[in-house]
Design a protein around this ligand. Sequence first.
Ligand SMILES: [Zn+2]
Length: 312
Amino acid sequence: MESMWFLVQNNEILPIIDKCSSFLKLQGVLAWCVRFKEKNPLQITTGNLTVAELCTALLCLVRKVQTVYFTTEIWCIERGQQLPDSINLLTLSPFSDERKILCVGGRLRHSNIPAEQKDPMLIPNNHLICDLIIKHYHFSYLHTGAEASLANIRTKFWIVNGRSKVKRVIKQCIKCLKVKVKAKGKNQMMADLPSARVSIARVFNKVGLDFCGPFLIKLIPGSAKKVYKCYICIFVCFVVRAIHLEIVSNLSIEAVLVKGEDNSKLLNWNLAKIVEVHPGTDDITRVVTLKTGKGVYKRPVTKIVKLPFNCN
Ligand SMILES: [Zn+2]
């Protein structure tokens, strides 16, 4: 306890930062120091840290870091002098607020956003606190990218030349690295295409199969209330990538291999007479013209079934 008291009394905050791996932990340690400094350490030793104590600790921390890293700027601003042109903070219009914290000026004075967002606290990019802040926001927002992390940080802090610094710190994040390594693996060279994909063949001679659905259909259009569940079987030609869709009653192999005109039972199919055949160039007939009681239709031979008895 004595050593902590001594640290705060002498403003020896910077060595504490070097020993902390987390921004929240650092803030907590300093908040405890602040509690001991401002109150009787013999009386106040228990109880959770308050928001006010954490805020005071943060201001104490930022103020100390700024005093060390922005000495010239603070000296000029306190005396109302113009900052030298050589100082790269000139474009940020820095000013010292009532808490003696160096903040970024700007043109948002009339905005209704929170004050700390309007005038974020300046943070040097070459001190460990900068790394801790970047990691804190990067982790808190579930490993966001550089731009998102920077935007989140700027709601409270302004890191000098922050973009490159944020990128550098995020590059060292182990979790992000693992994800990137995994993603790189996806870009490996693909194996040779199978012969079915690269050999010339008739359309739909070799196909791939997939399903989508389920869908609800009415077999009788109009006011019929009964609906049936169905799926769509997608045939993709390996050679020319043509697509053919078929309605099937379920996802079983039988439903795909038994070619049905619809989802109704075979017994309910319409009786028809073949009135014309349409052979292809190879003399193989794949399409026929049918005459049913409702009209004349063209149908693939796979959609017709020969009656299981001899008409003669
Ligand atoms: Zn990460």
